[in-house]
Design a protein around this ligand. Structure first.
Ligand code: ZN
Ligand code: ZN
Length: 516
């Protein structure tokens, strides 16, 4: 049985109605670990629904958290915002409502493509609307107990006047610099590092927030959360998950949600670091470079407890090939692979939306990676495919959209992450170069042969070999010469196949021009 079915069954055994929670603090590009959290939960959510259970899938953005520091991807001018809630800070590009939305919105939009549509909550709104007021009051009434729980479990000493509440300073707008002096319901008096002394009324929304270790369990109760996975970094002994479980049961009188600890996604390959910005690969980029069904497949075929290596280099092409191969197995075209467990469910959970009734039109992804460099955009690629008879003129709309979408992902990958060895550019003009006589003889002879053949990979391939033999030039020099006059580099994709995808007239004209 697939791991998502096993987990869904386990949840349904205890009750029929579930709230599956995921979340993020959108203080920067969203980490790829969060992608695993979301897709893992989405799989369980789908299985619960399929089994006739009732489930709600939610995503909580902790956008009332302070900006911790000026991250490397931020301008120095952000120094003045450190300590303020990220929902109250202006966005770096000027196009979003806030700093938090800058990172959150783009990510949420791209989730649609991958077929994930959670109900989104923003902590800033929940606090400002006063939805937390009761939880805050309960926390403050239980300050001593909460303090004991945190100190005992986390082995961390809390300051003398500690309260389970972080006041938002009315003067400077920071949420991590005010120290409470006195709490007398409903008032907290505080002094802030900015020099301001004031007081707030906890019955009003947005005057501060619960510290993370209390916020998390409070929210479990408020939103009736029954399941929330977490990365192994948070699930450590004495970590927030440990203290949260105790606080939710003893203070908020609510059973702690079922836990699933997922492993990290490890990055491999040259593209793992974003060289221009010095930040690690983000979730959004992972989505942009990988076809959605393939990214889902990577997560679905691995148990959550197993780490995943994501290779943003050539490994990505292998991953797409693997997906296509399993798709052929699913539709009974290829033989089953050894070692692939639960293929049927894995394939079905890999689909962003509907499960296809027939196999989608498959075009080898590596081939697409070559074609996109000749045709630039989908329209250009489509023209080549039709001209060379690789797709029918009347390709159905669904298949076309599917290939178009894959082209867009291949394009992003090429631009941002592909290793140089797969990259090339068909030069509009003959590159600057000088050819030896033997190279010219070869090109003249080849030109002659190409004129009369059918423009197919095999015939072109044979013509290159024949011309090379007749003019007594080494075959590797022949290939090199061809790549030089067309691409301005010494290597390129397999020549016969490559040239067959370029317009014949263009190639003949280039060969003629090169020997002038
Ligand atoms: Zn922005
Ligand atoms: Zn202040």
């Amino acid at each position: 049985m697939h791991w998502a079915d096993v987990l869904a069954d386990k949840l349904l055994k205890s009750k029929k109605k579930h709230v599956l929670a995921t979340g993020i603090t959108p203080s920067g590009p969203i980490h790829i670990g969060n992608m695993r959290e979301i897709l893992t939960t989405d799989a369980i959510y789908r299985c619960i629904i399929e089994k006739g259970g009732d489930a709600n899938f939610i995503y909580i953005a902790d956008d009332f958290d302070p900006l911790r520091k000026v991250y490397p991807y931020l301008p120095k001018t952000y120094e003045k915002y450190v300590g303020k809630p990220i929902s109250d800070i202006p966005c770096p590009c000027g196009k979003h409502k806030s700093y938090a939305d800058h990172y959150l919105n783009a990510f949420l939009n791209s989730l649609k493509e991958i077929g994930v549509n959670p109900h989104v909550y923003r902590a800033s709104e929940m606090y400002k609307k006063g939805e937390y007021v009761e939880s805050i009051q309960i926390a403050l009434e239980n300050t001593v107990k909460i303090r004991d729980i945190i100190e005992n479990i986390s082995k961390r000493k809390l300051p003398k006047n500690w309260l389970p509440f972080n006041v938002l300073c009315t003067k400077c707008g920071r949420i991590n610099t005010a120290k409470p002096v006195l709490y007398d319901f409903p008032i907290i008096e505080y002094v802030c590092d900015c020099g301001y002394e004031g007081e707030i009324d906890i019955r009003k929304g947005g005057v501060g927030k619960l510290p993370w270790r209390i916020d998390w369990p409070a929210r479990w109760k408020m939103l009736n959360v029954t399941f929330e996975p977490c990365g192994k970094d948070l699930a450590t002994v004495g970590g927030a998950r440990d203290t949260g479980a105790k606080i939710v049961e003893e203070i908020y009188k609510y059973p702690h949600p079922a836990l699933l600890v997922y492993e990290f996604i490890i990055l491999k390959g040259k593209g793992a670091m974003h060289s221009s910005k010095g930040t690690a690969l983000s979730s959004e980029e992972m989505l942009k470079m990988t076809p959605p069904e393939v990214l889902r497949f990577l997560l679905m075929k691995n148990q959550p407890e197993r780490h995943i290596t994501f290779d943003s280099g050539i490994g990505l092409l292998n991953l797409v090939d693997e997906y296509d191969k399993e798709e052929r197995v699913y539709f009974g075209i290829d033989e089953e692979n050894k070692g692939m467990k639960d293929l049927k469910k894995t394939y079905e959970l890999s689909q962003p939306y509907q499960i296809p009734k027939e196999i989608p039109y498959q075009l080898p992804y590596r081939h697409l990676v070559t074609l996109i460099q000749i045709g630039k955009k989908w329209e250009g690629v489509k023209k080549i495919l039709i001209r060379t008879g690789q797709i029918p003129d009347d390709l159905n709309r669904e298949d076309e959209l599917y290939l178009k979408q894959r082209t867009e992902h291949a394009n992003y990958w090429l631009k941002m992450f592909a290793p140089d060895m797969v990259k090339f550019e068909v030069k509009e003009k003959l590159p600057d170069m000088s050819l030896k006589n033997e190279q010219k003889d070869f090109l003249i002879c080849l030109n002659d042969k190409l004129k009369s053949i059918i423009w197919s990979p095999e015939e072109i391939h044979n013509a290159i070999y024949e011309a090379s033999k007749e003019t007594n030039i080494k075959i590797n020099i022949s290939f090199k010469t061809l790549y030089q006059i067309i691409l301005g580099q010494e290597k390129g994709p397999r020549a016969g196949y490559f040239l067959s995808n370029i317009d014949k007239k263009f190639i003949l004209a280039r060969l003629t021009e090169a020997v002038k």
